[in-house]
Ligand binder design. Structure first.
Ligand code: GLA
Length: 701
């Protein structure tokens, strides 16, 4: 029976994915226009915490909630690990305690986000049905006692997950104090179950996709190394080195399975809950286990867990990750967890400096978050995370960090009106693609090529000049952007090339970085040289690519000044008389000597530029300067001193700016005109900010 229900689910999902008009899983074009992250009747920006009432006697809850209320905490995320408390034995549910916790929180003006507990199946379940436990790559089934031990592909596990989610939805789907749902916790924390059931599902998935083995064998070029498959059952799960086509499909299959696992719960929650309750998942930034543009599609909005780990916040990297998360659905987002000072899981779990977490919370808001939750309120007395940062000590009294949260949360409350209905609107988009990221990861060619780091170097420079950058799927609508930059878009199948050309034809400026346009959707090499289907429009191509040696010099010079290439260098060639060479290589390996490194060409009403090398910092800054000038991109605010980040959120006819000083020294920011300083409660034309200082600005008009 269980198997039959599961099979039905799989068939339904498969048919949705592969149905008729070749639905493009990357199509993110249908979007709501409201701001679903802002809860009607609540402040526009909220501070929250992750609270585990099940770990404490009920007599203690009142005190916890009073301390939260005193700190202006307005949200708790709750219950996401409490399965054994909610279903203490098979089929026996107890939600009364949770109901009481939610009501008591509401008495303190705190709303709840309920998490489904499916990252922690209880011991009775794993004992009685060991097949719900995940199998690791080495073939060993995990034992009970940690978390994320359930198997995402186990039909039986899916049924149990659906049941508990359904019971919770029936109980809380109409509760006025429950504003939304989080499915599971950090999916992919332990990614897959490498068992026969998963293998069979993968084979079925491939069959639905390719229809015939001939087709699959052709697309994967399995004539290579005798990889030809004569039977679907011969196709393995790729562990270690494997055919790049198979590996890319495995990633898509993993995406499919997690999306189906998520949908299994969304279906029952939606069936039993009011539409005003949102459904989200807490993602992990650049975690690359699955395609986030696909998995976030059925969610109301995306959330992420923002942890620094060791060291201190890197504003570019953190800003980029916020923007990545905002770009998953091109909507505002929530920070479902962030660190209260320190974590417990890094090699050195230092505490953030005083004021640093406040600056981080404001940076989240600046980049489009409408809620920031601290993980966690108070440490469980035992369990794996005793050393993690908290807001209360084991004595139940506030630790020093509580005061920083208290201050920040009150600031949120003070200025929240200015953020109502606002979001980030940018003139510049960076394109990110999981297919391209994976294709490069599978065959890096040089261990030094880190596509996310390269993305970050483009981001940092473009962000400083434009003061607002979107990070979106390569398939996202692009027509509103003046400049679109794709630093490592390795996989450009024909449909994507058409989409990009359409943007350029209508006047956009597309900048491609190294390794662009080499592969198709099967991870096969394109028959054209890079950038494949874009060669004609570019009026040029890549003659040959070179992994650059670490301690050798690869000089570059041209319109952007003099400097060096490192990591990757492509020898470009102009194919049209009007193709302009912007940078050339100097003398290095003989092949690159005097050859073009950057070319640009007009196409339709727009322009395509190809940057074939990883540039040093100075050249990268000059390249960004050229890109924004060439594309008519203007800064959203105006010049700010080094180390100061300025961001804009735009609403109906009004803008609000967040300025944060991440420099080590104090900075004075001159404002473009007299503005209201919402935190200071004055009007001025300059703002003085100490290290980690923050101000919120509105036009004085
Ligand atoms: C993750 C988890 C939390 C907690 C934190 C600790 O984000 O979702 O449950 O373990 O890490 O940093």
């Amino acid at each position: 029976m269980l198997l039959r229900i599961y099979r039905l689910l799989v068939v339904c999902l498969l048919s949705q994915v592969f149905a008729g008009a070749q639905a493009n899983p990357h199509d993110v074009s249908s979007q709501a226009t409201a701001i679903p992250t802002q809860i009607p009747g609540q402040d526009a920006i909220l501070m929250g915490t992750d609270w585990y009432p099940e770990q404490w006697p009920e007599s203690r809850w009142e005190k916890d909630l009073a301390l939260m209320e005193a700190a202006n905490i307005k949200v708790v995320r709750i219950a996401e690990f409490a399965w054994s408390k909610m279903e203490p034995s098979e089929g026996h549910y107890d939600f009364d305690w949770l109901d009481r916790a939610i009501s008591l929180a509401a008495k303190h003006h705190i709303v709840s986000v309920v998490g489904t507990p499916t990252a922690t199946p209880p011991a009775w379940l794993t004992q009685k049905y060991p097949d719900v436990l995940r199998v690791e790559e080495n073939g060993r089934r995990v034992t009970h006692g940690n978390r994320a031990h359930g198997s995402v592909t186990s039909p039986r596990y899916r049924v149990f997950c659906r049941q508990i989610a359904e019971k919770m939805a029936v109980r809380f789907g109409h509760n006025p104090n429950v504003v939304g749902w989080q499915i599971d916790n950090e999916y992919g924390y332990a990614l897959m179950s490498y068992d026969d059931a998963s293998k069979r599902l993968f084979q079925e998935w491939l069959k639905a996709k390719y229809k015939t083995l001939d087709n699959l064998n052709t697309q994967w070029t399995t004539a290579y190394w005798s990889e030809t498959y004569d039977n679907w059952s011969e196709i393995p799960i790729p562990i270690g080195g494997h055919n790049p086509g198979l590996r890319l499909d495995w990633k898509r299959f993993v995406t499919f399975e997690w999306t189906a696992y998520q949908q299994n719960q969304i279906d029952v929650i939606r069936q039993h809950s009011e539409l005003r309750q949102f459904i989200t998942g807490n993602f992990m930034g650049f975690f690359d286990g699955f395609d986030h543009y696909v998995i976030t599609k059925p969610l109301t909005f995306a959330s992420w867990d923002d942890y620094v780990g060791s060291g201190h916040v890197d504003p570019d990297r953190n800003g980029l990750t916020h923007d990545l998360t905002r770009g998953f659905k091109r909507e505002n987002f929530w920070v479902m967890e962030t660190q209260p000072g320190a974590v417990n899981w890094h090699s050195l779990n230092n505490f953030l400096n005083r004021g640093e977490a406040r600056a981080m919370a404001w940076q989240a808001i600046a980049h489009g978050a409408d809620d920031v939750n601290y993980w966690q309120w108070r440490s469980a007395l035992n369990g794996q995370e005793q050393y993690h940062g908290t807001l209360l000590g084991p004595d139940g009294m506030p630790v020093p960090f509580y005061d920083e949260v208290n201050q920040t949360a009150h600031e949120f409350g003070k200025v929240q009106n200015a953020f109502k209905g606002t979001t980030v609107v940018s003139q510049v988009a960076l394109l990110y693609s999981y297919d391209s990221h994976w294709a490069i990861q599978f065959q890096k060619h040089t261990e030094l090529y880190d596509d996310v780091k390269i993305l970050e170097s483009y981001y940092g420079n473009l962000r400083r000049l434009s003061q607002s950058v979107d990070v979106v799927s390569a398939y996202a609508p692009l027509s509103d952007y003046k400049l679109v930059v794709a630093p490592s878009l390795n996989v450009i199948p024909e449909d994507l090339a058409k989409h990009l050309l359409e943007y350029v034809r209508h006047g956009g400026h597309l900048v491609l970085g190294p390794r662009s346009g080499m592969k198709d959707q099967f991870n096969s090499l394109l028959r054209q040289r890079q950038p494949g289907f874009l060669v004609d429009a570019l009026g040029g191509r890549v003659e040959q690519y070179y992994a650059l040696e670490k301690d050798k010099d690869y000089p570059l010079s041209g319109q952007w000044g003099d400097g060096k290439a490192s990591v990757w260098g492509e020898q470009l060639k102009s194919l049209a008389p009007d193709t302009e060479v912007l940078l050339k290589y100097g003398k290095s390996n003989g092949w690159l000597d005097d050859q073009p490194a950057v070319i640009t060409h007009t196409y339709g009403k727009g322009r395509i530029t190809y940057i074939g090398a990883v540039l040093d910092d100075k050249l990268m800054a000059a390249a960004a300067q050229w890109m924004v000038q060439q594309s008519g991109v203007t800064p959203v605010f105006g010049p700010v001193p080094e180390g100061v980040e300025v961001s804009r959120r735009t609403g109906d006819g009004h803008d609000v700016f967040v300025v944060i000083n991440f420099a080590q020294e104090a900075r004075t920011v001159s404002l473009p005109r007299t503005m209201k300083l919402l935190l200071a409660g004055t009007e001025a034309q300059t703002v003085d900010l100490p290290q980690y200082g923050v101000e919120i600005l509105e036009d004085a008009r």
